[in-house]
Design a protein around this ligand. Structure first.
Ligand SMILES: [Zn+2]
Length: 477
């Protein structure tokens, strides 16, 4: 029998507001343990929460970008559970009146466009972090993260493969980043997903029993976990066994998951409306104010790059993977007036530099003005492309000003035919074998001699002129 995998994702994203959701403590990642805390976020008796308006703004942005209907009178509920990462013994979350419902995202799959439903989006507070210390055999707790605002974005079970799940996650991450609501740094836990997986025979309309893998913070692990979990479930069914509804933990090192606990239902959490927080009246005016300030999303930017600047689909796609990359590209293209060149530098040297420095391209420090100047100097024939590459590295590593660097290091391209002819004569005289090879039709010899002259001129020769003059000299030799 062949089976179909059914996947639903609950994505938790930490919002990049300056302060926490119900107090004024800072949200910066890291810091000495328990230094970003106060009586509110550590749940001391009598402390009262005050809602951070920015959180609602960010939630509205996200609802608009994912086509969710916004609940006009949204409200917070208490989700009760006893665990030391949340000292209040309840999490302020939303169950009955989440801020957004019935949205969708369109993803591009191998079979074409596919609509993935978004069941709901709700606002909640993050919990603290438990650090298990195996040496001291104890558990430490850090409440810096406690009360950091979260959005939980719950998809419908519309995804059918690990590939689709990853395309959906990448698309969602890119939207959240372009909206400016989260940095989505998975390694810092600002984007994590609970992955629900079930299987059913192809053609069946009812869902199988699902399991959930919680708090996954790497796309690679999510992809592998889905494949492994679907296989585990199919094997159980084929063996005539039943699948238990449970929470499982994915072990990346063992490439397998193991059962943690049976899955709780909403009832287990004894939800009830939080009496300390009034309902929020989201007026049409408020929504319009947020809508009018909404950042341009990657899809629209891609279309613009292709239509206005004649970039290819591929180039436009790479340049819109992160807002910092798209912004740098757009600024450089505008400042230099050479969008094609700007794209070529970004896709070439810029991405290569990120690979070499083993960092994300958006974390590189490259001022648009410097890159635009460099592009202009190549176009004007002040420096050749190879020299420009070296200057590019200097801008990245030592923050040099390209014009000053060219002057200080005498990097102007040599386009003076006499200066080039002298060097060519010297090199030809020193390499008689290459002349013989060239005459015998070995084109490699030409390349070798070009390299020799270039080196003798510290890479500053005008490459086109050098080629012409060298060919001329060889034909006459
Ligand atoms: Zn606080």
């Amino acid at each position: 029998m062949s089976y179909e995998t059914v996947i639903g994702l609950e994505v938790h994203v930490e919002l990049s507001t300056a302060s926490k959701i119900f107090c004024s403590c800072e949200t910066t990642f890291g810091g000495e343990p328990n230094t970003h805390c106060c009586p509110v976020c550590t749940g001391l008796p009598g402390a009262l929460p005050v809602l951070n308006e920015q959180v609602v703004d960010y939630a509205i942005r996200t609802c608009l970008a994912t086509h969710c209907a916004i609940t006009p009178l949204t409200r917070f509920d208490r989700k009760n559970y006893f665990y030391p990462d949340l000292p209040k013994a309840y999490q302020i979350s939303q169950l009955h009146k989440p801020i957004g419902r019935n949205g969708h995202l369109e993803i591009e799959t191998a079979e074409g466009l596919k609509k993935i439903g978004i069941h709901e989006i709700h606002m909640e507070e993050d919990a603290g972090k438990l650090i298990h210390d195996p040496w001291e055999d104890c558990t430490l707790v850090d409440y810096n993260r406690c009360g950091v605002p979260l959005l939980e974005i719950v998809s419908e079970p519309d995804l059918r493969s690990a590939e689709e799940a990853l395309i959906y996650l990448e698309k969602l991450r890119s939207i959240l980043q372009f909206l400016g609501v989260s940095d989505c740094r998975m390694e810092q836990g600002s984007l994590r997903a609970d992955v629900n997986v079930s299987v059913r025979p192809v053609g069946s309309q009812t869902f199988g029993t699902r399991t959930e893998m919680k708090n996954m913070n790497s796309f690679k692990a999510i992809g592998r976990a889905i494949v492994a979990e679907a296989k585990r479930q199919i094997d159980l069914i084929e063996d005539g066994k039943t699948i238990k509804q449970e929470t499982r933990r994915w072990d990346e090192n063992k490439d397998s998951s193991f059962a943690m606990r049976s899955k709780e239902d909403a009832m287990d959490y004894r939800y009830f409306p939080d009496p300390d927080l009034v309902a929020i009246n989201i007026t049409p005016d408020w929504i319009e104010r947020v809508r009018s300030g909404l950042a341009e999303l990657p899809e629209s930017r891609r279309a613009r790059y292709i239509a206005d600047w004649q970039l290819s689909e591929y180039e436009a796609g790479v340049l819109t993977t992160h807002p910092a990359i798209a912004n740098l590209f757009e600024e450089t293209a505008t400042l230099s007036g050479r969008p094609k060149d700007a794209a070529s530098w970004m896709l070439g040297e810029f991405m290569q530099a990120a690979k070499e420095q083993e960092c994300e391209p958006q974390d590189l420090h490259m001022p648009a003005q410097s890159l635009a100047t460099l592009i202009a100097r190549v176009a004007e024939g002040v420096v050749n492309r190879n020299t420009a590459k070296k200057i590019f590295t200097q801008i990245l590593e030592n923050k040099v000003d390209p014009d000053a660097y060219i002057e200080q290091n005498g990097l102007r391209m040599v386009s003076n035919p006499d200066a080039l002819k002298d060097k060519i004569a010297e090199i030809i005289a020193a390499n008689p074998q290459s002349i013989v090879d060239y005459k015998a039709g070995k084109t490699k010899a030409m390349g070798f001699l070009v390299g020799q002259v270039m080196r003798a001129m510290q890479g500053k020769a005008d490459p086109q002129l050098l080629n012409e003059l060298l060919k001329d000299a060889l034909d006459r030799a």
